[in-house]
Design a protein around this ligand. Structure first.
Ligand code: CA2
Length: 144
């Protein structure tokens, strides 16, 4: 049976490709979803890609990933990365492996981005490679 990988995106990532291309690149979230779907097909995986500006939606979707037996969650929690104990707890609460993804490298940016509540609970982190980071995370998920 084909396994599903959830790809969850947090606040403001719906603006990807439309603002601040010098930091986040020119590809939209739909473009990234297309890249992931192409690679997932080759890996015999399915992608379920979502975005929300609401923390609780992301928490609910993590629970859903566990309940549906997803292979993994790729999580770019946006700014909630640096603030959300709720997301930290949700990652700890599920057995589904969670891979943290960032387009930029938060450690090369402002000090307030250096702490990641997501990274402290995640299986691993891929950051700083732009949209390619999502593909790298999918490769990692396929090998779990
Ligand atoms: O580098 C990443 O992927 C981040 O998760 C992006 C977050 C930021 O708060 C994290 O520190 C690192 C911000 C997402 C905002 O996305 C935008 C996209 C286009 C234009 C404006 C914001």
């Amino acid at each position: 049976m084909t396994q599903t990988v959830y790809v969850l995106n947090g606040p403001n990532l719906n603006l990807l490709g439309l603002r601040e291309p010098e930091i986040y690149g020119t590809q939209t979230l739909d473009d990234i979803a297309g890249l992931l779907e192409d690679r997932a097909r080759e890996l015999d995986l399915e992608i379920d890609m979502r975005q929300s500006n609401h923390e609780g939606h992301l928490v609910d979707w993590m629970h859903e990933a566990q309940a549906t037996g997803a292979q993994a969650v790729l999580l770019n929690a946006g700014a909630y990365t640096h603030t959300s104990i709720a997301l930290h707890d949700a990652i700890k609460a599920i057995r589904t492996p969670v891979i943290e993804v960032h387009l930029s490298n938060p450690h090369a940016r402002e000090g307030f981005r250096h702490k990641s509540y997501v990274g402290m609970a995640a299986k691993g982190t891929i950051a700083g490679f732009g949209a390619t980071g999502y593909l790298l995370a999918l490769e990692a998920a396929a090998r779990l």
